[in-house]
Design a protein around this ligand. Structure first.
Ligand SMILES: Cc1cc2nc3c(=O)[nH]c(=O)nc-3n(C[C@H](O)[C@H](O)[C@H](O)COP(=O)(O)OP(=O)(O)OC[C@H]3O[C@@H](n4cnc5c(N)ncnc54)[C@H](O)[C@@H]3O)c2cc1C
Length: 441
């Protein structure tokens, strides 16, 4: 029996395995897929590389940054690139800068909108809609934030929690706009920081490097956890691929929370299973075009808030690292958020590629004659849908799960938080600390 058994070999699970290894705790990790990295992987298509979505490593946690710097050395670079929003035939800076808003609306309308916002009641309610409308007014919110979020999360903005904003809107309000208008580039507010760390051959190399640090005998691919058996408030055993049984000392799960509840044996009470049914995840379809041109533009990401387009974000991997495309070529990856029952998820691949390329050609990002190849990838459980009262449901589920004294949850879909790579590493360290403390008791 190992000290720590881990479900999932994405960033969260690999992080726990890494810190277990460092703390000389015996561990064993089970990953359902044939590769490690979860939703943070890099695909290779001929000489092109592209990630499972527009990933970047934010320099937000020194220990995480230092760890990946030490693993990748010169192959992890600080990148500084702009991003833009495309709306009504125009590209404007993202996050929205005041000068670009003036270009978009014209000075008079901008002043009128600004005054409306300053004198509006600060109705900072519970939903994402009320949060952004109180900060930016109805017009700016609708054009740049509400439609976009509804496409991304698949819910009406009034039914979305304000937690979907994450830290993106921090420091971005009408007052910071005004400061920028008057002080211009001398005092750019923090939200305009477009710098991040990025590996030479894509985000997935962070996690292949991390997996390489581990004892390979203890990390298993194609090992899906199919049952979690418990008795008297302890997890006792897990079942792998429907057959093999492993005894458990401590179990760390990073698998989606609803799926984990459903493989508990004996089953949780019906009210907990009903809450599990309310949990939703948004998937993402990635359509990637390989192009016979050197560059499209300089953007890190391009955002498409209008519902006219089925995609939310488009990115050119070469702008993150030159090595992502061969010389004289580039590629463009398009993210289409989807539930399983939606039209695009079920669309035949050729039809999907044609439909998406037509939009991009119309916008002017490339010509039909420049497409030298294309591919489609599907990312399951990309975003936990943080609808208005999700926290109450999650709190009740967590209260039930806290009965199990040797169970720890980590990761985006198990903790059901809009979290990022560095958050997974912080969570891994915390779990190890908790287990160490318990051990000393
Ligand atoms: C489009 C997109 C863009 C993103 N951009 C960024 C970004 O720029 N910066 C950033 O920091 N983060 C970004 N993220 C977030 C980042 O990808 C997540 O924080 C991270 O992937 C979460 O790691 P995880 O291990 O919790 O979950 P996952 O990556 O989902 O990994 C979970 C793993 O568990 C495995 N698993 C599930 N069930 C079982 C089972 N029963 N048995 C065994 N294994 C199982 C899965 O196969 C998977 O490998 C982005 C995410 C997406 C989708």
């Amino acid at each position: 029996m190992k000290n720590i058994s881990i479900i999932g070999g994405g960033p969260a699970g690999l992080g726990v395995a890494f810190y277990s290894d460092k703390n000389k705790y015996s561990y064993e990790l089970f990953e359902a897929n044939e590769i490690f990295g979860g939703n943070c992987i890099t695909y290779k298509h001929n000489e092109f590389y592209f990630d499972s979505g527009a990933h970047r490593l934010h320099d937000k946690d020194t220990q995480t940054t230092n760890l990946f710097k030490s693993l990748l050395n010169k192959n992890l670079k600080l990148i500084n690139i702009p991003s833009q929003i495309y709306r009504d035939g125009k590209f404007i800076d993202f996050p929205i800068s005041p000068l670009n808003l003036i270009k978009y609306f014209g000075l008079i309308k901008c002043i009128r909108e600004g005054i409306k916002i300053i004198f509006s009641k600060n109705n900072d309610g519970n939903s994402f809609k009320s949060l952004v409308e109180s900060k930016y007014g109805k017009e700016i919110s609708k054009l740049f934030l509400l439609e976009y979020s509804e496409k991304l999360w698949g819910e009406k903005a009034e039914n979305l929690s304000k937690n979907i904003a994450g830290k993106r809107l921090k420091g971005l309000n009408i007052y910071t706009f005004i400061i920028e208008v008057f002080l211009g580039k001398k005092k750019k507010t923090k939200h305009l920081d477009g710098s991040f760390l990025y590996p030479k051959f894509g985000i997935g190399t962070l996690f292949s490097a991390l997996a390489n640090q581990l004892n390979q005998e203890n990390i298993h691919k194609e090992s899906k956890v199919t049952k979690i058996k418990h008795h008297e408030n302890y997890i006792k055993e897990i079942q792998i691929n429907g057959t093999e049984i492993k005894k458990i000392h401590n179990l760390v799960s990073s698998m989606p929370l609803n799926k984990m509840l459903k493989i508990l044996h004996p089953s949780p009470p019906n009210e907990i299973l009903n809450l599990a049914d309310k949990i939703k995840f948004r998937n993402v379809i990635l359509v990637v075009f390989f192009l016979s041109k050197d560059r499209i533009n300089k953007n890190g990401s391009m955002y498409f808030p209008s519902k006219k387009y089925p995609f939310t974000r488009v990115y050119e991997p070469k702008n993150r690292s030159k090595s992502m495309s061969p010389n004289n070529n580039t590629s463009l990856a398009v993210e289409i958020p989807c539930f399983y029952n939606e039209e695009y998820w079920n669309m035949e691949e050729q039809h999907l590629k044609k439909s998406i390329s037509n939009y991009l050609i119309d916008i002017g990002l490339f010509k039909k004659s420049e497409i030298i190849g294309s591919t489609v990838k599907k990312i399951h459980n990309a975003y936990p849908v943080l609808s208005l009262n999700y926290q109450e449901n999650i709190t009740q589920i967590n209260k039930y799960l806290s009965n199990f004294k040797n169970l720890h949850l980590t990761g985006r879909n198990s903790l059901f938080t809009y979290s990022h790579i560095h958050d997974q590493m912080i969570s891994a360290r915390k779990i190890l600390n908790d287990i160490l403390k318990d051990h000393k008791k």
